[in-house]
Design a protein around this ligand. Structure first.
Ligand SMILES: C[S@@+](CC[C@H](N)C(=O)[O-])C[C@H]1O[C@@H](n2cnc3c(N)ncnc32)[C@H](O)[C@@H]1O
Length: 307
């Protein structure tokens, strides 16, 4: 980390660098084009939102969203990807740790000069008590990975996302067609349940570029060699983030031999309580009922409350 002398000047320089980066076409090429095109779907045209990016890896989208004026919180189990994010974004960070469950601490990386905070921990150790609620969630390629870990965890994951989202919040999901782990729109509807609307936004083809992950893979190999050197034959690590490595960024499944993957985008929102109420009212007036112009609430049968 850079020394903290003349912090203000450094921070201004970082802001400038990041701004230049976000204007750089090469950089913008790495930001999800469907996210950029549909940003108003995610934000509903609102400014200064709190946006959560679960299982964020090192996605450039976080810097781009922060550049749009939003406060970004990401969660990622692998510290290598978190460091790679800060390296690529050319941002300094402060590191601290915080108790997130009775047994677990998370490492928290806070960017200097940008409103970006990344939690290095298992997504399932996070809760609304730790993070509070968000205005929006940008959820990229997490569901197929969860499906790979175990289909039974999909419901835990979607329930967690629902508790983390404000009632008027918007959750944009990208699912890549990950072989058997693909989560299609029918599954999304069943996972998010009757209280949510799931609307298809679009799709695109993503081409895997091994160069994108070359540095992390080198780092990984170096660390493996080092740990092999320090370990006696047959010794294994206990529970670490390495157990999740096979579900990492560089492990996207591809639908053909050319490294191309189809990505599908959906917008998930809670059903509007007001329109849900008026639909319920309409139903009461419907078949076999004499249509009264006004149906005052007091004429409807009162529901009995359980004592
Ligand atoms: C397919 S990558 C997607 C990364 C990023 N969203 C993107 O699209 O570039 C899945 C990410 O989830 C992370 N991951 C896997 N299991 C996790 C868990 N239990 N908690 C938090 N992150 C996890 C992996 O390390 C990896 O970075």
């Amino acid at each position: 980390m850079a020394p903290k002398s003349d912090k203000k000047r450094e921070s201004n320089q970082q802001n400038k660098k990041a701004t230049n980066k976000c204007e750089d076409p090469e950089y913008l090429e790495k930001v999800d084009p469907i996210l950029m095109k549909n940003i108003r779907e995610l934000t509903a045209g609102r400014d200064n939102l709190r946006i959560f990016v679960p299982m964020c890896g090192k996605t450039h989208d976080m810097l781009w969203l922060a550049e749009q004026g939003h406060a970004i919180t990401g969660a990622e189990i692998n510290p290598r990807y978190i460091r790679a994010f800060f390296r690529d974004a050319e941002l300094e960070y402060e590191l601290r740790s915080e108790q997130i469950t009775t047994k677990t601490k998370a490492n928290i990386y806070e960017a200097e000069g940008q409103n970006i905070t990344l939690y290095q921990c298992d997504i399932f150790d996070l809760s609304v008590e730790v993070l509070s609620q968000f205005d929006a969630i940008w959820d990229q390629s997490a569901l197929p990975v969860i499906n790979e870990i175990g289909a039974e965890r999909l419901k835990d994951y979607t329930s967690l996302m629902q508790t983390l989202l404000k009632p008027d919040g918007r959750h944009m999901v990208e699912v890549c067609k990950h072989g058997a782990n693909f989560v299609d729109s029918k599954m999304l509807k069943s996972l998010f349940g009757d209280k949510s609307d799931v609307r298809y936004i679009g799709k695109r083809i993503w081409k895997y570029d091994p160069q994108d992950f070359a540095e992390e893979e080198c780092e990984e190999e170096e660390e493996e060699k080092e740990s092999m050197g320090n370990k006696k034959h047959g010794e294994h690590d206990s529970h670490t983030h390495e157990e999740h490595e096979s579900h990492g960024c560089g492990e996207h499944g591809h639908d053909d031999d050319h490294g191309k993957t189809q990505m599908f985008y959906h917008l998930i929102t809670f059903k509007d309580e007001v329109s849900a109420t008026s639909k319920r009212k309409r139903k009461i007036e419907e078949p076999g009922m004499k249509k009264s112009k006004k149906t005052p609430q007091r004429h409807l049968p009162k529901r009995k409350c359980k004592k």
